[in-house]
Write a protein that binds this ligand. Structure first.
Ligand SMILES: Nc1nc2c(ncn2[C@@H]2O[C@H](COP(=O)(O)OP(=O)(O)OP(=O)(O)O)[C@@H](O)[C@H]2O)c(=O)[nH]1
Ligand SMILES: [Mg+2]
Length: 464
């Protein structure tokens, strides 16, 4: 199975700068393929005159030189002979100085020696095509790179080490077993059918269905650990949105002032609640205004409400609530999201009470963004609302992506149809099982269509 344009060759030698652009102590140019060690040998001069041949795993110190003899950079060369490498192919990693100058010069020399520039994710794609990892593990590599919290990293590590793959293989083994029994039944005379498609087999399939449902139930936790949630802070001007944003971040990130209309842009920062990344977004105060820039800010604020998983509607509890407060609350209620009414500035009005607009808020918290009073209570409420249903610890197998969830759901549907129609012919039942196996194979990669594979690996960075 080879995704990508059919012209792409996956047997050649590829190269890429594997470290991100910018300056750093070290930068890595990675080569993989049948010519990797030869090319490294041509360009590398060991400082102690060592030969890099005949070594399976080794690190050498020396210089990378142009064929003219010109020294390009002082490097460490790390050799890994296939199949004991990331890609299962021969791999050479040239650790040079981390800057555009040395790394691009090394890259050019390697290209001149006949290597090809790697496509995004092609090193990982090769690990997948060579059978070292399955698609679940390949996708977990992106999650490892992008993990923003320790728990997100734990979840990605669990998937990368094969925890989810194992669960899926267990399910597939059960379906394959049932399929073999049904296929045997096809070859037998009618009379023997009841014995072959017997109660025990159907019970076993029902148990497999339950196991699938359990795995499907992890998808919400998986999404939370991987993507996190978006919490929008909204309210009319000057109620203390930016003060609340800063208080939750424990940082004076946003400008706070007595003037209404201070925030005009959308400010975003990530905090961690119970290990889950929470993207906190501060917005411009919503009001009708003649100021063009502020109006753009209000539009952005309204857009933010549409992408949020939860809204903190900030109200100034120290003054009577206004019609603008109420109109905005109604507007937000239409989004059908959890909305927490934050009665701010309670230091000025300790007795402040929730507005009586007949709008059901998911929760109400009185607090002071200025003094910090009530902040703990708000955080506890957020944690409960966002993560209350989180029933899976980060180190367990979880469904993390929408396409995995879709495929698992399709496999379950097949098994459900089969269980509901158990009096039908074994040929019909076998088709349902084949479809279910196909759907599960799309998660692990055995039966994933090439265009989907291509999309998945294209979302990787160059050099991974
Ligand atoms: N006493 C008191 N003052 C507060 C509190 N929270 C915010 N303020 C003050 O209220 C004013 C407005 O605060 P901001 O955080 O800038 O309000 P905002 O909602 O972001 O305002 P805009 O960006 O203009 O929409 C500032 O003078 C803050 O110091 C609070 O809990 N208590
Ligand atoms: Mg503000």
């Amino acid at each position: 199975m080879m995704p990508g344009p059919s012209a792409t060759n996956y047997d050649d030698t590829i190269v890429a700068i594997s470290t991100p652009p910018g300056e750093g102590g070290v930068g890595i140019v990675r080569l993989s393929g049948p010519d990797a060690l030869r090319i490294a040998g041509v360009l590398f001069r060991s400082s102690r005159g060592k030969s890099i041949e005949d070594r399976h795993q080794a690190v050498f110190h020396g210089h990378l030189c142009a064929p003219s003899g010109e020294v390009i950079d002082e490097v460490l060369l790390h050799l890994m002979r296939g199949p004991r490498s990331y890609t299962c192919e021969d791999v050479a990693e040239i650790n040079g100085h981390g800057g555009a100058g040395p790394l691009n010069a090394i890259l050019e020399l390697v290209l001149e020696q006949g290597a090809r520039l790697a496509n995004p994710g092609e090193f990982t794609l090769r690990a997948f095509l060579n059978g070292r990892i399955d698609l679940v593990q390949a996708e977990a590599v992106i999650d490892q790179i992008q993990a923003r919290t320790r728990a997100s990293l734990q979840a990605a590590n669990a998937a990368a080490s094969g925890a989810l793959s194992q669960r899926l293989h267990g399910l597939k083994d059960e379906l394959a077993f049932a399929l073999s029994r049904l296929e045997a039944a096809v070859d037998f005379p009618e009379d023997d059918l009841p014995e072959l498609v017997d109660r025990a087999l159907l019970d076993r399939l029902a148990a497999t269905h339950d196991a699938m449902a359990q795995l499907l139930a992890t998808s919400e936790a998986g999404r939370l650990y991987r993507e996190g949630v978006v919490v929008a802070i909204a309210g009319r001007p000057n109620v203390g949105k930016s003060s609340l944003f800063n208080a939750l971040l424990r940082d004076a990130r946003a400008i706070v002032s007595v003037h209404a209309g201070t925030t005009r842009d959308r400010l975003e920062e990530t905090i961690t609640l119970a290990g889950v990344p929470v993207r906190l977004v501060d917005t411009a105060g919503v009001r009708d205004t003649e100021d063009e820039v502020e109006r753009m800010g209000v539009t952005l604020a309204r857009d933010t409400l549409k992408m949020a998983n939860l809204v903190l509607l900030v109200l100034d509890g120290s003054v009577p609530y206004t019609q603008d407060d109420q109109d905005l609350a109604r507007e937000i209620a239409r989004e059908e999201l959890p909305v927490v009414a934050v009665l701010n500035k309670c230091d000025l009005a300790p007795e402040c009470t929730a507005p009586d607009w007949g709008i059901p808020f998911t929760a109400v918290c009185a607090m002071s963004a200025l003094t910090g009073a009530g902040l703990d209570g708000l955080e506890a409420t957020l944690q409960k609302l966002l993560l209350g249903g989180l029933n899976v610890s980060a180190d367990q197998a979880m469904i993390t992506r929408a396409h995995q969830k879709d495929s698992l759901r399709r496999a379950m549907d097949c098994v459900e149809r089969l269980l509901a129609a158990s009096d039908l012919s074994p040929e019909f039942l076998a088709i349902e099982l084949q479809d279910a196996l196909q759907a599960l194979g799309e998660i692990t990669g055995e039966t994933t269509p090439d265009d989907i594979l291509e999309t998945i690996f294209n979302s990787f960075c160059i050099g991974k």
